[in-house]
Design a binder for this molecule. Structure first.
Ligand SMILES: [Zn+2]
Length: 292
């Protein structure tokens, strides 16, 4: 069995890219929704680039770049989460940000209360991203052009794997500030090296997340589960453990690999990348055993 190769249809320039397995495919999908520093031309923010950079999970696509070499499909966003956030439900919307009558249902949650809904109000505590309201048309454009195609790409990759193997495993990849800031539920607290999340057991079988935790702890990392993050829209929407669809979220502490002032890689990057290569090898072995 050989894997299929990417073709130009797999790419949506400025929206996302997908890298298909370069070895025999396994039902593992890895996605990185927050790595992009490509600011869309119509973003029209009033905050500084340095402030925007604090919201970027920089280099996460590269850190998990080994995925196609273990048989997984890797998907990464090419738009910034500060513009439209695929890790929020599209109805997690703050209507106070919108000019005019919003035509779709809304269901704002706790993240919107913090100014971090699908369209963010604040980049940092007390720092609004915009000095105006957004039009209905521009928010619809962001949903239709970025948010929905990103979810469609994840869903398609998972559906293809599930159709072929009867089950599928998904790792949704992020990075976090070393200390929670004033907009976070854990404001002021130092964070562990990594946080794994399954929405308190709702998005995957326990052995999937336990295997992930063991692989990372074996490499010396301090791993916390479901705290301070429980997992968000990507794992919630694409999982259904009873139907063989298993998703977990991973957050990497940025202090492991980047300078949180300059946003550049540190000397720690290479060691973390090597450990994550080994982590992906281990997760692939788990997936092969499950479908074998
Ligand atoms: Zn993230």
């Amino acid at each position: 069995m050989t894997s299929h190769q990417s073709d130009p249809d797999d790419l949506i320039p400025g929206v996302l890219w997908r890298r298909d397995p370069v070895v025999e495919a396994i039902p593992l999908v890895v996605d990185s929704p927050h790595n992009s520093t490509d600011w869309p031309a119509d973003f029209d923010h009033v905050v500084t680039e340095a402030e925007l950079m604090t919201s970027v999970d920089r280099f996460v696509d590269e850190l998990f770049g080994h995925a196609p070499a273990v048989g997984a499909t890797l998907i990464a966003a090419q738009f910034p989460r500060a513009y439209i956030d695929p890790n929020r439900a599209e109805d997690d919307l703050d209507l106070a940000l919108i000019e005019g009558d919003w035509p779709l249902p809304v269901n704002p949650g706790e993240k919107t209360d913090y100014g971090m809904g699908v369209v963010r109000r604040y980049i940092l505590k007390g720092r609004p991203i915009y000095d105006r309201k957004l039009s209905v048309a521009e928010v619809i454009h962001r949903l239709e052009t970025y948010h929905r195609p990103y979810h469609a790409a994840v869903a398609a990759a998972m559906e293809a794997a599930h159709g072929r193997f009867g089950q599928v495993f998904h790792i949704d990849c992020h990075s976090m500030k070393p200390v929670g800031n004033a907009m976070n539920v854990d404001a002021g607290s130092a964070r562990p090296d990594m946080v794994l999340s399954d929405r308190e057991g709702a998005t995957c079988d326990a052995d999937f997340i336990q295997t992930a935790a063991e692989l990372l702890r074996d490499r010396g990392y301090r791993v916390s589960i479901n705290h301070p993050y429980k997992g968000a829209e990507l794992v919630a929407r694409h999982s259904d453990p009873a139907a063989g669809r298993h998703s977990l979220q991973i957050e990497l502490n940025r202090a492991l690999y980047m300078d949180t002032e300059s946003f550049e890689k540190t000397d720690g990057f290479a060691a973390l990348k090597a450990d994550l290569d080994g982590f992906l090898d281990g997760m692939a072995a788990f997936v092969r055993a499950r479908v074998g």
